[in-house]
Ligand binder design. Structure first.
Ligand code: DHB
Ligand code: MG
Length: 219
């Protein structure tokens, strides 16, 4: 089955523009630096880009930069005056991301903020960021419930919040050793009682296997 998922992703990639030299350069560079290849897929990077465009986002927050692949997709969706902050705990990854943002020509629009997101999130407004139009959560899964709470605090009414990796090959509903899973469930349990956001979750298959996104609009 995984082979079919991959082949269908390739079928789409042959017909729809899902990548370009800049993006391929970033993927190659991250891989050569021995970073884990856990970036969103090309198709999902483009999906995030289109969603940010659909909502005409002017301010974007990303929690979990990694090497900046999704960051570049999102930054490219911003209008001229748009701004983005992306939070990264690993200094080496933050440095890679800065280089990648520069090679993509979006470095003026994006600030890579280094540190534990639970320490950097509380100071974003003090640093002069307005509330955000679009927030992508894709960092350590153990803190997803906390990140979602921060996203709700830092977003405008009508903002879009997307969370990556909420299915984990179906482990979300299985007995599992994967230590993040109980924490992802904690986020869903919290959402069951949260009236600040309207949400859905979609399962996805493709180049990166079987996973899914949580997505919502802030009320
Ligand atoms: C993995 C994938 C991700 O998209 C991520 O954010 C973290 C980990 C993984 O496949 O392990
Ligand atoms: Mg992810």
């Amino acid at each position: 089955m995984e082979e079919t998922w991959r082949a269908v992703d390739e079928y789409f990639a042959d017909r729809l523009v899902m990548t370009d030299d800049t993006m391929e350069h970033i993927l190659k560079k991250n891989e050569e630096a021995d970073m884990p290849t856990i970036e969103v897929s090309r198709a999902h990077g483009k999906m995030l880009h289109l969603m940010a465009k659909m909502t005409q986002a002017k301010t974007i927050l990303e929690i979990g930069t990694h090497g900046g692949f999704s960051t570049v997709w999102l930054a490219r969706a911003l209008p001229e005056e748009g701004r983005m902050a992306t939070l990264e705990v690993n200094p080496k990854h933050a440095e890679m991301a800065r280089e990648n943002l520069e090679s993509a020509g979006v470095e003026d629009k994006v600030e890579v903020i280094e540190g534990e997101a639970l320490s950097t999130l509380p100071v974003l407004l003090e640093k002069g960021y307005p509330r955000f139009d679009f927030i992508f959560i894709d960092a350590d899964k153990e803190n997803n419930a906390e990140y979602l709470n921060w996203a709700l605090k830092l977003s405008k009414k009508g903002a879009i919040i997307i969370v990556d990796n909420v299915v984990r090959r179906g482990k979300i509903i299985e007995d599992t050793e994967e230590k993040a899973v109980p924490h992802i469930r904690r986020m869903f349990d919290q959402l069951a009682e949260d009236d600040r956001i309207e949400t859905t979750a979609v399962q996805t298959v493709g180049q990166k296997g079987y996973d899914g996104f949580l997505m919502g609009v802030v009320k």
